[in-house]
Design a protein around this ligand. Structure first.
Ligand code: PMT
Length: 405
């Protein structure tokens, strides 16, 4: 637990049923010593009264552009300028959309544009709203601009539906605030090479064989490693995610292109993490022109691709290699076989048979395996899985986590 006594935090509260949980977050931040200024949207005041936050923070609560209290001479510019961090919890689809579009039509949205402090956004909304393409596009755009999201949790929502959209727990939110204010810097000086996403193996100029990888797991690791001070090289198959800020992105299509991109950059890396779902087979003779429909069956001859992580394992030297094992049966046993066969130091066993985790999902449930045994982790957002993997890597590298204070 950190001491936040020198820290000034703006807590933006927007209008959703989860607004009452912001009081718990606010109370926890105040207990840690932070000076918290609460800014509520008009809709938020329909769910919780400003007097609650005033009592918790001993500060005036700002609820509108034109109702700014005089006594502390805070303006929509001077408050965000002096803040160490801005946290929006809960964040509705509306405030996320406004920020993504650069709209400033109330006190909170104005402050969000005026601040130069790190901004953490903890969304909470109905699961269909959270899954909506427009909302996800806004989220991705904001992530690519450097905003940090505290992913919503899955579960029963206030509307009675089940799904992702519930505000992260107050503990998770406070932990994210601490991590942002005192970032771990334990990968400074380390170059981490990560493969992510699927590969595409051409059948002809218009068709290809691929798989269901979205790149979310690999990109989460890239983001987490960057946050912890690493130089990150992200070698990615075709995905629709923005590259995390500050990482070197190398875009590839096929397994062969991924292999050559990895081989080319391998000498620079001390840690290699294979989160990509690389095709195990490629077309022996892809068509030069579009294959015509003949009415009969079509037989495609497939040839095995090179195993990128296994090749890296052959010449690993003192590099630390981490693979994933995507399995639908005998998870731990099959993962342990891959650990040995590919000369890896760690393998992340990923059960991809269950809905809601693994391919395409925002959550994952994995076991981290090394020579000392297997550590099963609970189901959690991929960002948290990423940090757990990096923690294990750090342990093997023999370093101690140091916080930048
Ligand atoms: O991208 P997401 O939608 O977020 O989904 C995440 C994920 C399920 C893809 C990811 O968590 C995962 O499990 N990645 C590994 C998928 C895979 O191909 O597993 P595998 O068991 O077939 O391969 C074992 C290891 O060898 C992996 O590290 C893989 O990257 C590597 N490999 C495999 C084949 C090959 N030709 N070259 C390789 O390097």
């Amino acid at each position: 637990m950190s001491n936040l006594s020198q820290k000034r935090i703006i807590l933006g509260v927007t209008g959703g049923i989860a607004a009452y949980k912001a009081a718990e977050v606010c109370s926890a931040l105040v207990k840690l010593g932070a000076c918290v200024h609460v800014v509520m949207t008009e809709h938020a005041t329909r769910f919780v009264g400003p007097v609650t936050f005033r009592a918790l923070t001993s500060q005036a609560v700002i609820t509108g552009l034109w109702e700014e209290p005089q006594e502390h001479r805070i303006t929509h510019v001077s408050l965000p300028e002096s803040a160490d961090l801005v946290l929006v919890a809960p964040a509705t689809a509306n405030i996320i959309g406004k920020l993504a579009a650069g709209i400033a039509d109330d006190m909170l949205s104005t402050m969000l544009l005026a601040t130069t402090a790190p901004v953490l956004i903890a969304p909470a909304m109905n699961c269909n709203m959270w899954a909506n393409n427009q909302v996800q596009e806004n989220v991705n755009r904001l992530k690519s601009l450097g905003y940090t999201f505290i992913e919503p949790e899955e579960g029963r929502l206030a509307c009675g539906e089940e799904g992702a959209g519930r505000l992260a727990s107050p503990e998770t939110i406070v932990h994210a605030v601490e991590a942002s204010l005192f970032p771990l810097n334990d990968f400074e000086g380390t170059t981490v090479l990560i493969t992510a996403g699927p590969t595409e193996e051409a059948i002809d100029p218009v068709r290809f064989i691929t798989n269901r990888s979205s790149g979310k797991m690999g990109y989460a690791i890239a983001r987490a490693a960057k946050e912890r001070g690493a130089k990150v090289i992200l070698i990615s198959g075709p995905v629709s995610l923005p590259a995390p800020p500050g990482v070197e992105l190398v875009s590839v299509r096929s397994a062969a292109e991924m292999l050559s991109a990895v081989q080319c950059r391998l000498p620079q890396a001390q840690v290699v993490i294979g989160a990509a779902a690389v095709a195990d087979y490629t077309l022996k003779n892809p068509g030069k022109n579009k294959i015509k429909k003949t009415g009969g069956n079509l037989t495609l001859e497939l040839a095995p691709t090179a195993d990128i992580m296994a090749e890296a394992g052959e010449t690993k030297g003192d590099k630390l290699l981490v693979g994933f094992a995507a399995e639908t049966e005998n998870l731990i046993e099959n993962a342990q076989k891959k650990l040995k066969k590919k000369h890896l130091d760690i393998i992340v066993a990923n059960d991809v048979s269950k809905p809601g985790i693994g391919f395409g999902a925002d959550y994952n449930q994995v076991s981290i395996i090394d020579n000392t045994g297997a550590e099963p982790l609970p189901r959690m957002p991929k960002a948290e899985v990423a940090h757990a993997i990096l923690d294990r890597i750090k342990k093997l590298l023999g370093g101690k986590a140091k916080r930048r204070c």
